[in-house]
Design a protein around this ligand. Structure first.
Ligand code: GDP
Ligand code: GDP
Length: 436
């Protein structure tokens, strides 16, 4: 299911990040804590009345060198391109400003639903004072206070009313994938080279705005794929698309909508710090991953060159130990045909369901070769293991005390599962549970 996106737009200091944090709540810090990847606070998961959505703070996407009104105009444009619903924020303190008057018509003309929020309405007198904001032509102004958490519920009620009806963009059997990586690793070249070899399907899905930027194609064996978000890669050059934060946002949006993510490394330049950050986003999202080493044509090869590069990748991306590595060249098209095959394989792996009886045999064998750990004289006892879900495969292990299942032993079990079953490319979750 695709989550709708909501963007907050408004001039600096109206309280956008305050509201962003209020709506997102604790979630964002949890994500940051577990991954070691510091995600910019421009994009996060949120929920209201059981409806999940992604929240974008366009204020965090600054184009430093531009004058203020140009920055705000660009942020409005990003919101229009990325979001299903837009919250335009103003502040009762300053009243309607010139910048507000400049942005409002741009948003209005986009045809996207816009909710007008008037922040810093901290007390009832101020709340009564919002009528002047009708002049922006965006309908009813909603008074809110980020500082006191007032009025947000009304805004969010209105926001979710405008979520699009359709939940599935593509047929369920269609495999959605995206290609992420630093600038210049060859993402666009890869997309063009892959779809150049296949039959491209002209999309006729009604009612989705995204189809325009995706490319659907079918391989010779009749399997349908969609490359997510290729327009952003294929028509380049718009100033704001070149800003680092905007490209991060695009990558996060694309990952969100993908079944499989191709993480691309440039063989010519080798592995860089930035690669780790970018791939971390896909890992964090729990997506199936394939590591693609592109521009392999540029590398002088000796007998062990590929093996050595592979070792280097494994060393640098230890958290992606489950991801297969494919060496290709978008230029010469060498081994490129392997990609759709690999994507399909990895996709199927994630839907693998293992029978409990088989699973428990594997766990028993594992315990026999490597006894469970002890802590302060108490030994971990494993009673029963069961797979509770797919995408990603999630296993619950019933034990005497979850504290005793240390990370390293969970890792050991995960590796045994991987040795026995084909979970290549997919993350696995292991959750210890106490059995009473
Ligand atoms: P942004 O630049 O739009 O992201 O604005 P911030 O969220 O950084 O807020 C700007 C300033 O306004 C900060 O000093 C906030 O504490 C303050 N602020 C945010 N919301 C409110 C509010 O509801 N009432 C008042 N009085 N101040 C607020
Ligand atoms: P993106 O920024 O990641 O989308 O990268 P592009 O697809 O625009 O490619 C950046 C540059 O690398 C272009 O000049 C491409 O022609 C070049 N390039 C892409 N793939 C390959 C490849 O496999 N081999 C070589 N030698 N050059 C490539």
């Amino acid at each position: 299911m695709v989550k709708p996106a909501v963007a907050i737009v408004g001039r600096p200091n109206v309280g956008k990040s305050t509201i962003f944090n209020r709506i997102v709540g604790e979630r964002i810090s949890i994500v940051e804590d577990t991954s070691g990847v510091t995600r910019d606070r421009i994009y996060a998961d949120a929920e209201w009345l059981g409806r999940e959505f992604s929240l974008i703070d366009t204020g965090g996407i600054t184009m430093e060198d531009e004058p203020l009104n140009e920055q705000i105009r660009q942020q409005a444009q990003i919101a229009i391109e990325e979001a299903d619903v837009i919250i335009m924020m103003t502040s009762i303190k300053e009243g309607v400003t010139q910048e507000d008057e400049q942005v409002a018509p741009i948003l209005f003309k986009s045809g996207k639903p816009v909710i007008l929020a008037v922040n810093k309405a901290d007390n009832p007198e101020l709340r009564a004072d919002t009528y002047e904001f009708y002049s922006l032509g965006l309908g009813e102004p909603y008074p809110i206070s980020g500082a006191h958490g007032l009025g947000l519920g009304d805004v969010l009620d209105e926001v979710i009313k405008h979520f699009p009806e359709h939940e599935e963009e593509y047929d369920e059997s269609t495999i959605k994938f995206s290609i992420i990586g630093r600038p210049n690793v060859g993402k666009s070249s890869l997309v063009n080279a892959i779809i150049g070899e296949e039959r491209v399907i002209v999309s006729n899905i009604a009612g989705t705005t995204r189809e325009a930027v995706d490319t659907r194609f079918e391989t010779a064996n009749g399997r349908e794929f969609v490359v997510i978000d290729t327009a952003g890669m294929r028509k380049k050059g718009k100033v704001y698309e070149n800003t680092e934060k905007y490209s991060v946002l695009r990558a996060l949006r694309a990952i969100e909508r993908s079944d499989v993510v191709l993480c691309v490394i440039n063989a010519e330049e080798g592995i860089r710090e930035q690669d780790k950050r970018v791939f971390g986003y896909a890992q964090e999202a729990g997506k199936r991953i394939i590591i693609v080493v592109n521009k392999w044509d540029t590398v002088e090869k000796e007998t062990n060159t590929m093996k050595e590069f592979e070792l280097e990748v494994r060393e640098q991306f230890q958290y992606l130990s489950y991801a297969p590595i494919v060496f290709v060249s978008a230029l010469t098209k060498k081994r490129l045909h392997l990609l759709p095959e690999k994507i399909e394989e990895v996709y199927m792996n994630q839907n693998l369901r293992i029978q409990s009886s088989i699973l428990n045999d594997v766990v028993m064998d594992a315990v026999a070769t490597n006894p469970t750990p002890t802590d302060k004289g108490r030994r971990l006892k494993i009673f029963y293991t069961t797979q509770v879900s797919v995408s990603p495969p999630t296993f619950i292990i019933f034990v005497n005390d979850p504290e005793l299942l240390h990370f390293s032993y969970a890792r050991f079990l995960e590796n045994r599962f991987r040795d026995t079953f084909n979970f290549e490319g997919t993350p696995i979750r292991i959750i210890p549970r106490q059995r009473k």
